[in-house]
Design a protein around this ligand. Structure first.
Ligand SMILES: [Zn+2]
Length: 347
């Protein structure tokens, strides 16, 4: 019997937004270095976390409850935990690092540096990061009436090829920063030290549910972050076949004026991308502007067909984005981008 995952990792809003951006941005801006490098950073974080998720899903203890990524509030501060493990005896916070190459940890300088191909970059101390999350989680638990729960932190390096260098040779560091491969063994050893149940099984299940209820995923405004405005973006629906835009509405279909390709539901992706990039809500007027159409009735029909939550009525109707937790995950980046990506080797 394996550990029990109670929340599976989804792509973050930020990652979904980058994928949307590569579909919406004009081709000439698509390989802008700052955008590509930020996307790669966010994607690498997600991939590293998935690697650890897999390892943890095979941990042979069904009473280990796993939350793959959560963001909570310890007012006024929000805090984010890469992976949270809950048991009746203790909690474990995993801070996941996806960097490759050589990772040097200096406990005196409280600094982490990464060396890849001779280039050195420095990062925040991941042990301190995890400890800060622990303090926040302790505050959160106290507000929910739990005071004496042991919380352990662990920095997990996602990839086996990453070399960990303990600069000051401090024995403690080997226990705090570990490879994904030794995660099971490390959890075993730590968990053996806890013999007393702090929570009953019922209390544990209740706290798990409260955590999930209070999860508030972060929305990131990547357009503002990169100074991207309407002039950088595609207007209307682009043709999947040839890239020409906007497609026009002809007899309940979208038609490309250039290559005559036809699509029935090309508006759906564009509206979902609008939610990711611009606004978590849309009105009929905004929809007409987005799809470059004039008919209020057509926009109404299209929006209704997507079964979105709404508020208000008639002209004041507001249509809501699916929540980040339930957002469709199948959002591929245009293939032209992938090809150019492979060739360019920007990083
Ligand atoms: Zn076309």
């Amino acid at each position: 019997m394996f550990s029990t995952t109670i929340k599976y990792r989804e792509k973050s809003h930020e990652l979904l937004a980058y994928e949307a951006l590569f579909r919406r941005i004009l081709e000439k801006y698509r390989l802008h270095e700052a955008i590509v490098s930020e996307y790669k950073r966010v994607k690498a974080g997600y991939d590293g976390e998935k690697n650890v998720d897999y390892k943890l899903s095979t941990y042979p203890d069904k009473d280990f409850f796993i939350i793959q990524g959560i963001r909570l509030k310890n007012p006024p501060f929000p805090f984010q935990i890469d992976t949270l493990i809950l048991t009746t005896k203790a909690l474990y916070i995993l801070e996941i690092k996806n960097q490759k190459g050589t990772f040097a940890y200096d406990s005196e300088q409280q600094q982490m540096t990464q060396t890849v191909d001779g280039e050195v970059r420095s990062f925040k101390d991941p042990i301190l990061q995890a400890e800060a999350q622990k303090d926040h989680l302790r505050g959160w638990l106290a507000r929910h009436g739990i005071f004496n729960m042991p919380i352990e932190t662990l920095v997990v390096i996602a990839y086996p090829t990453t070399i960990i260098k303990n600069v000051r040779d401090e024995p403690d560091v080997y226990q705090k920063i570990i490879h994904n491969e030794s995660l099971h063994e490390n959890l075993d050893r730590r968990h053996r030290c806890y013999t007393r149940d702090i929570l009953s099984f019922t209390q544990l299940k209740k706290i798990c549910q409260t955590l999930l209820d209070e999860d508030i995923p972060l929305r990131t405004d990547i357009l503002a972050q990169h100074g991207i405005s309407a002039q950088h973006l595609i207007r209307g629906i682009p043709c999947r076949n040839c890239g020409h835009y906007p497609m026009t509405r002809v007899y309940k279909n979208w038609k490309c004026a250039k290559c005559s390709a036809v699509s029935k539901n090309a508006h759906e992706r564009v509206i979902l991308d609008y939610f990711l990039l611009h606004n978590p809500t849309i009105t009929n007027k905004q929809c007409r502007e987005l799809l470059q159409i004039n008919s209020r009735k057509t926009a109404y029909t299209l929006l209704r067909s997507m079964a979105l939550n709404t508020s208000g009525n008639n002209k004041g109707t507001i249509y809501y984005s699916p929540s980040v937790k339930n957002f469709p995950q199948n959002s591929a980046i245009p293939i032209t981008f992938n090809n150019a990506f492979a060739k360019q080797k920007l990083i």
